[in-house]
Structures are given as C-alpha cells and as structure tokens.
Design a protein around this ligand. Structure first.
Ligand SMILES: CC(C)(COP(=O)(O)OP(=O)(O)OC[C@H]1O[C@@H](n2cnc3c(N)ncnc32)[C@H](O)[C@@H]1OP(=O)(O)O)[C@@H](O)C(=O)NCCC(=O)NCCSC(=O)C[C@@H](O)CCCCCCCCCCCCC(=O)O
Length: 719
C-alpha cells in the first residue's frame, strides 16, 4: 500500500497506493511507517520523495474506516516521525492533497505541487477538524487569519493560491515527481532545522482576541447549528496560544468530541450519498454502468423566464453551445440582457472569460432544429407544454432528446405527444438554476436508459448533483413537501403562528422555515396548483365542510391569504409583512395573527399550546413518511437519493444527513410510534398514516440505512 523504490541513485521514492485517491487506510499508514523507516536507515538514500499513485497525492484519512475500531499505526506519530528525520523529505503533490493528505505533506520538509493540483483541509465538511496536526501546523506556516479561513470553510485551494499563501514551496507544470526528485537532490545537506513546521512559532497577530471573536461570530452565523466549524476555531486558537505539544493535545481532545458525533456521521453519510446517486438504476433493471450516454454538444432552451434563463447560463457555463428561444420579443430582449449579465458575473467570480458567444437567441422555435437536446422551460401549464412538445417533434432532427423542466406535471403524458417517447425525460432544475446544485432527472415508463444516462451526464457536466427518479406527482422533492406544508398549515389552525413554526424549523437547521420559504417562492404558486386540482372552493367559508376537501382534512388558509392578494414577498405581505414589495425582511404581522384568531373562532377550533418538538415531529415525520412511500413505490431507488435531493435542493441541514438518514438517527421505531399517535389524533389526515415500508423496517429490527435496500427489494419482489 506504499512502495519504496530508489530513483536517481540516492532518492527514496515512496508511492502511496490505494486507488482511487490513495486514502490513508490502515494498510497505507503501515506502508508509510515501514517505507520511511527503511529509507531513513538505508545509507544509499540521501533524501525521500513521497508521491501518490495515478496522479493523486492523497485524499486524506480513509473515511470508510471511521465507523470501525481504529487499527494500524495512528497518523500523528507517523507524521511526527517523517518531520523528525534527518534526511530531507519532499512531498510531490499531484491531483489533490486534502485533509490527512495535506497534513502528511505539512509533515514533510518541502512541498512541490503541480499547477493543476489543489490542497485543503476539508475535514469541517465531514463534521471533523484536521486532527493529524493540521490545525496546529497550518497556522504556524501561513498565519492565523488565513489558516482560520481555510480550516473553518474546508475550501480547496489552487496550486497558485497555495504558493501565494506559503503552503507549498514550488509549482510545476512539468512531471511533478521528476521535478520533486531533482528538487530533493538539490536540498540534500541543507539544515532541516528551519523546515520543521511544528517548531515554528505562530506568526504574531495584533489583537488576537478580536480575530477569534470575529471568526467565532462568522462561523456561528453561517454554520446554523453545525458544531465542527466552531470546534475548528477552538483548535486554531490553541495553535495561536499554546506551545505545539499542548496545542496537539488540545487538537486531539477537540477531535474526540467530534469524531463520534451524530453530525460527523451525518456529514460523512452525505459525502458518500452524493457520490452514490450517480450510480443510478431504474426499476426495469437499466443502470448507470450499462447505459451509454449520447454525446451532447448543442443544446436548446425553450422559454426564457427565470428558470429558462438560469438553465441557459448553466448549459453555457458547462461549455455547451445553447440556442435560447423565447417567442415574445420583449421577453427575449430582457432575457438576453439577463443571461449575459449572469454569464459575466459568473465568469468574473471564477476568473475566466464569459461564455457569451456560446448562447444564440431566437424567437423562432425552428432555431432548435440542429440541437442534440432541448429543455422546455415554459410556464407550468400542461396544455402549453403539450403544444411545445408537439412543435419540437416536428422541428427537431431525429434522435434529439426532449426534456421538460416541469416541477410536477406528468412527464409520460408529455412524452405521449411525441413519436419518440423514449427520448423524453424530465430535467427538474431548482431556482436559480445556474446556482442550485440539485437536478432531478425524471424518467417515465417509456424513457430509454440512454436518455436517462444522457441527462445524468449533462447534469454532471453542469456541476449538479443529479438524481434519477421515477415519474409521479411532484417527483420526489415536491411530493414530500406537500405533507410537510400541510402539517404546517394545520398547526396554524390548532394554535401556532408562522413565527413559531419557522423558528422551530430554523433552529433544526433549515435555512428558512416553511412560511418564510412560502413567502419567498410566492403563495400563488401553490394556489394555482390547488385550483387546478379542484381543491379551492371559494364558497366553502365556514362549517366543517370548509376544512374537508375530497374526503380529507384540508386547510384553506393559503387560499384565503391569496384571495387577499397576500402572495408573499413580491406583494409585500404574505405569512409575514414586509416594508415594501420585494423586501426580504420578514416581520410578524398583527393582521395575520388577528386573521388566524378570527378563522379559528369561525371554525370553532380550540387553541392549544404547541411546542417546537410537536412542530418538528408533525412536519418532519409527515415528510419522512412520504419518503418511505416513495421508496416503496420505487420512485427513488434508495434512501440516499431522497437525502441528496433534500440536502442539495430543499435546504435540509447537511449535518442532519437528509430526512431518511435523520429518521434512522431518531430511530425508526420512534418515528413509527409518533406517526401512529398523530394519526390516531388526526384520523382524517392520510399523510400521517404510517407507511407499510416503515412498519416493515421496524419489524425487521430497524436495520441501518445502508441495509434498507435489501428490505425494499423484498417488498418489491412480493408485489
Ligand atoms: C479527493 C477528491 C477531491 C477526488 O475527487 P474525484 O471527483 O476525483 O473523485 P470522487 O470524489 O468521486 O472520489 C472517488 C472515490 O473515492 C472515494 N473517496 C474519496 N476520498 C476518500 C477518502 N478520504 N476516504 C475514503 N474514500 C474516499 C469516494 O467516496 C469515491 O468512491 P465512491 O465509491 O463513493 O464513488 C474527493 O474524493 C474528495 O474531496 N475526497 C475527500 C477529501 C476529504 O474530505 N479528506 C479529508 C478526510 S478526513 C481526514 O483526513 C481526517 C484527518 O485530518 C485526521 C484524521 C485523524 C484521525 C484521528 C482519529 C482520532 C479519533 C479520536 C477520537 C476517539 C473517540 C473515542 O473513541 O473516544
């Protein structure tokens, strides 16, 4: 797992060998300990170079080992032994040196990096801190402010920036190992006293307390309940205030508080879930590894409203040539200006040239004739979308993939408007489409595996976390949102306020509570959908019938607000009030409180005390229950798909791992018991009736989430 060879006569070359990223597994650590010892004791070896196999230096500690008891030599003494050698040890960094990988490099006496490689201490994103000396060495090397920023954000740093910060000694465009071998030979015989970072004093900072106070405030604000960023600040403070040995002791103590925490487990689960969703499968048995995507070089977007503009930007930023079509001339001109602006701002941020030339604009749908793939993003109206699909079928060259950006309409129904339904899939983007990471790729019963593979690959090219899901009302994300929002409305009827519900959800870690979110996205969106579903009945203003629709409990509160023109932020009032239309600062609204009181009185609803726990259980367990139904129905292939959708598209706090992971953490039996209780109290709310898959999992002893697929497979095989 680490190989020692002698090159250029007197250089001991140690190559880490653990594909794909040379993670520091027990075997690799053992290999490093053994090979370093051998190289140091070999009189023919004058200096040592450490590199990684296959163009990657090292992706850090092996995260997969964290769940099991530690075996093999620990990292800290291993790195100390390297630093303490009296022969120069130089790290040859290709690809990436991250986490423990960079900590290993910081234990070396010099670091040479390829210009395309990157370094970083991303432990915080896994709920940890750099506990192989990283929190103590990096501040000593580059100063407290820069180290604080890197360690608390986990940001990856380019080779150029690493050189500027002083993390590396040299950047090369040539063969990194050859360059490093030459460099190592050139420093043989030089004193190593000034190269051991652990012996450096931390560069002094004027007003250290103020620096740490500001950093603590910043992480507390942005972390919204995540403990690792706060602990990282404490670890760097130890570097700045304690001698190295004591600082290391503090680093270990702080790591011990994080290592077995639920947040670390959740974040590490998210790391693997994000990667697992790319290995998609369909109920037909089609899979990611047996379905070949088609090459896409020219794409088209139909409809240049907010979503269409964002999609055009995302496509162009991914390097595709884009035809942007909008039939209304004024809208087309506005869109052209907006898309160019977004491309220019994005390019400035990324330090590249804007891809303005990649987008062409037309008001004629004929312009898409040569596109390999078209994404329809017109208004959410089935008749309009059907018309667009019929036109596209007539215009596009044979084999063009037709995608719809619908957020809930039936993809299969749209596919039936074309002679080639196998070429139709949903590509459900989230606003703003060029920013949000999530993409739901929706396959209908007739979508071909190749169409799914192509949309998934395109999503990846656009930098999205793409999740393949089946076709049903609302797909995965919006389908689960419905019971969640429904419970929030019911809680208002029973005595809660929007502020109370939102506070509970925001303290849980959501960026925004359900009512603030509804004000942001606009209350009229849901109103239109409910109207189309025949749920809105303006005559049913009082009596029990006003709160029962289609045989189940219904809250008309959202409809009543819409009737008053309270559409949310854009109207300056919704569940909250705002200083002016478009303002973002939500303030509690006495009008709304009064309205709720009158509403409850009119319907004879008693007011009771509702606490945060009830808000969380009612809203989140209803959502989770629907997640189990989605798994049971085969709409999502596994819990990781649902969790990735919620973490990357719906603001679910990443340190809670996603709704399905959270259910496992709370205990499936507890979730079941609370749902049973709530369903008993509210028998007219079908969403609270525990799903049979949840019962089944509890009956099978609540297996860990990694084993749910086995139970799901059994359920499907019995259907
Ligand atoms: C490296 C990457 C940038 C590569 O990206 P790329 O896009 O090319 O590839 P993928 O991301 O798709 O990855 C490919 C493949 O590899 C898997 N993988 C990647 N990194 C790791 C890893 N570090 N470990 C295991 N597996 C990894 C990945 O999952 C993919 O496989 P899959 O099957 O899932 O498709 C990119 O991969 C990347 O960013 N990787 C992560 C980098 C990172 O975050 N590194 C930090 C790791 S944590 C760390 O290093 C910790 C150290 O600081 C210190 C550890 C000290 C431990 C001491 C413990 C003391 C505990 C004391 C407590 C005692 C408690 C008590 O009991 O009392």
């Amino acid at each position: 797992m680490a190989q020692l060879t002698r090159v250029s006569g007197s250089v001991g070359l140690i190559t880490l060998q653990n594909p794909p990223v040379n993670a520091l597994s027990a075997a690799v650590r053992q290999g490093i300990v053994d090979t370093v010892k051998k190289a140091v004791s070999d009189p023919l070896v004058k200096c040592v170079v450490i590199c990684g196999q296959n163009g990657v230096f090292c992706g850090g500690a092996d995260i997969r080992e964290f769940g099991a008891p530690m075996t093999g030599p620990p990292l800290v003494p291993m790195i100390h032994a390297i630093e303490a050698t009296n022969k120069p040890v130089v790290a040859a960094i290709e690809g990436a040196a991250l986490g423990g990988g960079l900590e290993l490099a910081l234990g070396c006496h010099y670091r040479i990096i390829h210009s395309k490689a990157r370094v970083g201490l991303p432990e915080v994103t896994l709920g940890l801190l750099p506990a192989a000396g990283g929190s103590q060495r990096l501040p000593r090397l580059i100063g407290v402010p820069a180290a604080l920023e890197l360690i608390t954000t986990g940001r990856h740093v380019s080779a150029a920036e690493a050189l500027k910060l002083g993390i590396v000694d040299q950047v090369t465009d040539d063969n990194t190992v050859d360059t490093t071998v030459k460099f190592a030979l050139s420093v043989v015989g030089r004193s190593l006293e000034s190269r051991r970072i652990s012996t450096f004093p931390c560069p002094p900072v004027s007003d250290l307390d103020a620096v740490f106070d500001v950093a603590m405030q910043r992480v507390r604000q942005s972390a919204r309940g995540a403990i690792a960023p706060v602990t990282c600040v404490q670890a760097v403070r130890a570097a700045a205030t304690l001698p190295y040995t004591q600082g290391m002791k503090r680093e270990q103590e702080l790591m011990a508080t994080l290592f077995t925490s639920g947040q670390a487990r959740a974040l590490q689960y998210c790391f693997f879930a994000q990667r697992a969703v790319s290995r998609w499968s369909m109920p037909s048995g089609a899979r990611w590894d047996t379905s070949k995507p088609r090459p896409i070089s020219k794409a088209a977007v139909i409809g240049l409203g907010t979503m269409g503009r964002g999609i055009a930007v995302a496509l162009a930023q991914a390097g595709l040539s884009v035809v942007a079509v909008e039939t209304q001339e004024k809208q087309l001109m506005d869109a052209k200006q907006a898309v160019s602006g977004m491309l220019e701002r994005g390019a400035k941020r990324r330090g590249v040239a804007p891809a303005l030339g990649l987008v062409s604009y037309s008001h004629n749908i004929q312009a898409v004739a040569e596109a390999d793939l078209v994404i329809e993003a017109v208004f959410e109206d089935m008749d309009l979308k059907k018309k667009v699909f019929q036109q596209l079928s007539a215009v596009c060259k044979p084999g063009t993939l037709l995608c719809t950006n619908t957020s809930s309409l039936d993809v299969d129904h749209l596919a039936s408007q074309t002679p080639s339904p196998e070429l139709v899939v949903g590509m459900h983007f989230f606003a703003p489409a060029h920013v949000m990471k999530l993409l739901e790729v929706v396959y209908g019963p007739r979508s071909s595996p190749q169409a799914v593979a192509t949309a998934m690959q395109l999503g990846k090219k656009m930098g999205k976390v793409s999740v393949a899901v089946g076709n049903c009302r609302g797909f995965v994300g919006n389908r689960m949102l419905k019971p969640y929002m429904e419970q929030a409305f019911f809680l208002l009827e029973e005595g809660a306020t929007p502020e109370l519900v939102d506070q509970a959800l925001e303290e849980f870690g959501f960026a925004m509570g359900v009512f603030r979110m509804s004000d942001l996205s606009g209350l009229d969106v849901g109103w239109r959908v409910r109207k189309a579903d025949g749920l809105v009945d303006p005559d049913a203003t009082s009596g029990r019938s006003a709160r029962i629709r289609q045989g189940r409990r219904y809250s008309p509160l959202g409809d009543l607000l819409c009737e008053q023109g309270r559409f949310g932020q854009k109207a300056g009032r919704g569940w909250y009030q705002y200083d002016k239309p478009g303002s973002r600062v939500a303030k509690p609204d006495p009008w709304l409180h009064n309205f709720l009181e009158q509403y409850r009185a009119r319907h004879g609803l008693g007011v009771r005390h509702i606490d945060h726990q009830e808000v969380l259980e009612r809203c989140l367990y209803a959502l989770i229950n629907e997640g189990f139904r989605i798994l049971e129905d085969g709409i999502a292939a596994g819990p990781e798909d649902i969790d990735a959708i919620y973490v990357f598209g719906y603001g679910w706090p990443r340190y809670r791992g996603g709704p399905m992971f959270y259910a496992g953490m709370v205990g499936l039996a507890n979730v079941l018991e609370r749902l049973e209780h709530f369903h008993q109290v509210h028998p007219d709310v079908p969403y609270l009736q525990p799903c049979s898959l949840l019962r089944r999992l509890v009956a099978s002893g609540s297996p860990p989430i990694q084993k749910w697929r086995e139970v799901i497979r059994k359920v499907h095989s019995q259907l």
